[in-house]
Design a protein around this ligand. Sequence first.
Ligand SMILES: Cc1cc2nc3c(=O)[nH]c(=O)nc-3n(C[C@H](O)[C@H](O)[C@H](O)COP(=O)(O)OP(=O)(O)OC[C@H]3O[C@@H](n4cnc5c(N)ncnc54)[C@H](O)[C@@H]3O)c2cc1C
Length: 410
Amino acid sequence: MNTYKYLLIGGYAAAHAAHAIRAREAEATILLINAEKHLPYERPPLSKDAIFDISITPQQTEVFNQAWYEANNIELLLNTKVVRVNRDSRTVILESGSEIGFEKLLLAPGASAKKPEFEGADLPNVFSIRSWQDIEPLRDAIDVGGKVVVIGGSYLGVEIASGCLKRGLDVTIVDSHPGPWSKFASPELQQFIQSSYEKLGAKWVFNQKVKSVGGQGKAQNVETEAGLLPCDFIIAATGATLNTDLAKECGLEIDPKHGIVVDELLRSSDKAIFVAGDCACFHDSSVGRRWHTEHYQNALWQGAIAGANMAGDSQTFDHAPYFFSDFLDLHMILRGDPQGGKNTKVIGDMESGEFIQLYANDEKIVKMALAITHNKPKSEKIAADLEPFVKSNRSLNSVSKSDFSGFFGT
Ligand SMILES: Cc1cc2nc3c(=O)[nH]c(=O)nc-3n(C[C@H](O)[C@H](O)[C@H](O)COP(=O)(O)OP(=O)(O)OC[C@H]3O[C@@H](n4cnc5c(N)ncnc54)[C@H](O)[C@@H]3O)c2cc1C
């Protein structure tokens, strides 16, 4: 049996952990195990460019290329699933039955697309998007064209609908809430998103749960309380399920809603096992509660911190939540607590798609800020500027355009 000093289970966050470990320990043995056949990659392009630009390949989304792993002597076991972690013997068991030992383990197993619960969800032209494996058949359906029903108006559904519109499809988005981005957006912002899509011909069906999907051997319609929506195929963007099975089975502390519980150094209840990315349930000092976030930047930061701490650092995670989305010709950045409050203020011109919106709690203290712009580099710049802002307990009334002179070019 081979034993590694550092054994990493995962993809995106795990690759960043490998990078951080190697930067600190030139000689240590590192093995990264991933159930997918591709090198660890970035998922955001899957719901964006990869839908409408068929020239984009998995290689273009890799965190690091093959040469990097080789040059850094990081061993990879791709297409390989770990089925059990044995904490007593400090080993993991693979699907093949092989056993591999570790001194320190990173669990960064991410999440899986939530299987829709309605009848007909198993029909072959009902798609979901989590991995590159999901993209190939979906691209074929998009190539044929016609009517697509996107189920779910969260950020993922909104991005997917955007890609389908760009490919000239007839797009309907169904959501059980009264508007898109219902988890964080104010009614005013929801209206902005809704009308931006309607101007391009998309249709929304709100306040409707999908009851079933019907058709002869393939989905041909979506049934809601409001009636039947004809379709040629369906994309379900109905959320994700955290991959906590390995952690649960080996007895690590789990939060039923937020994943594998970690301390301030991203260590699980077993101090030799670290956790990063979507699955890590951490105390977030910037929002004042324990939770997890399913965000790209969070997984990058946590992967790097977990790797550094596995190699002996004592770094704590202290970033305000960071979420981005690209859709239509717009780029959105959100910093802070998505449940930041219902008191809002718009700075700039929402109608033109160049604005900042602040969300404040009952005491009118700003807890969350989002920016929308047509300019991607500008959105990345404001992402950094908004972090100290949402951490500074500013009163909503005191904020004005002059606080964001860089964004507004004033
Ligand atoms: C389509 C899509 C679009 C997104 N867009 C955005 C966006 O615009 N902005 C944003 O902020 N975030 C976005 N996200 C979220 C972001 O991509 C995730 O938060 C991030 O990928 C999480 O990284 P992770 O390393 O925790 O998990 P993952 O990237 O999911 O990697 C986990 C890996 O572990 C592997 N694995 C799991 N269990 C095992 C096992 N037992 N054995 C071996 N391997 C295993 C999985 O196969 C997977 O490859 C998007 C996500 C998706 C799916």
